[in-house]
Design a protein. Structure first.
Length: 123
């Protein structure tokens, strides 16, 4: 079985949008594939190229052969994720929730202490 990295068309009529897929070379262009590793939209300005670099490198290291078009896309793909994709994912911060929880406890302890003298002075 010879594995290829090639394009699969998923757009509608006169609206070409392509997925970069890993597939058996005997499969038809738009047929069955092993894994989708990215997508390419030539209609945007500039063209949108999104590749899952770790998975692509995984398949290339195992002998998958990219087509000439996919080789060009690999060279043209940005080194980092596009800004739109980076903004869509919420940032993950482990330290922030712990920092928020720590100030909440002293404030809770301070409130009863403040409430106790006011009750005593009222009584």
């Amino acid at each position: 079985m010879s594995v290829r990295v090639r394009l699969k068309r998923v757009g509608s009529k006169k609206n070409p949008i392509w997925r970069v897929v890993v597939t058996d070379q005997r499969s038809p262009r738009d047929g069955r594939f092993i894994e989708s590793v990215g997508h390419y939209n030539p209609q945007t300005n500039p063209s949108t190229i999104v590749l899952d670099k770790p998975r692509l490198e995984h398949w290339l290291s195992r002998g998958a052969v990219p087509t000439n078009t996919v080789k060009k896309l690999m060279r043209a793909a940005p080194a980092e994720a596009p800004a739109a994709v980076a903004e869509a994912e919420p940032p993950v911060a482990v330290e922030e929730p712990a920092a928020e929880a720590a100030p909440a406890e002293p404030a809770a302890e301070a409130a009863p202490a403040d409430a106790a003298p006011s009750e005593e002075s009222a009584g």
